[in-house]
Design a protein around this ligand. Sequence first.
Ligand code: CP
Length: 307
Amino acid sequence: MELRRKDLLGIADLTREEIALILDNAAILKEISTRSIKKVPTLRGRTVVTLFYEPSTRTRMSFEIAAKRLSADTVSLTVAASSAVKGETLADTAANLEAMRPDLLIIRHQASGAPHFLAKRLKCGVINAGDGLHEHPTQALLDMLTVKEAKGRLHGLKVAIVGDILHSRVARSNIHGFTKMGSEVTVAGPATLLPPYLDTLGVKIAPSLEEAVAGADVIMMLRIQLERMGQMFFSTLREYSKQFGLALRHLDLAKKDVIIMHPGPMNRGVEISPEVADGPHSVILDQVTNGVAVRMAVMLLLMGDKA
Ligand code: CP
């Protein structure tokens, strides 16, 4: 089966079969990163442009590493040093980049829908590396790969997603992904950080962290996104941490072999205690490792057979 798409814009658009295809390919491609020479010639001669309007450590680096491991040429536009600061629009910036004939444009933007806007206008493929509050599809794919590796399956698992759901594109993509793949998703967070449309997404809403993690196979903690909050959505960080911060004692409520996830960057001591983040149940760095494999798979499936 092929991924018959020009772009990867969101998990909501993908079928179960497409998600499985990407995860299967990522599992195979992961081996390349364990070799002493971590490179295959598959995408030699292809050009990948990254265009990040928001900060990133994991996503940007892993896209660049993934492209290089497939022998694609990568070019990264530093937005703060680009003509965007002189007022050039996103559409003009993208059109000018496309005039240099890249094969793939990877974009992170603060506006929900920015990658969709470009995908409609550009001939080259577009990958959404996070758009506003909307989606972060490759994050959800790497999260699903990490869970599948740890549990052997996605179907029938209890997945708790806890924290700032309202501002989290990671939560939204993961809700789409895990529910499509047959997991049971429960979310929890302060009422002010739970979006009103949650009940349309097929998730359960737990009234507390304790109830969300009870019997969970997977606990995914989310960062409090203070940079997206124009006003405080809770009284104090201390109060938030007391109610929704994951501590060692909470792990006793979950399954014995529960895994702990966090997309990063973490606010240690706020949504997750250092003992949990660095403890034996944590797969947080496995998520990062799998980010390279998943992004290799996505780029290969989007570009590989279109020579
Ligand atoms: N998980 C994630 O998107 O991290 P970055 O913001 O560092 O890319």
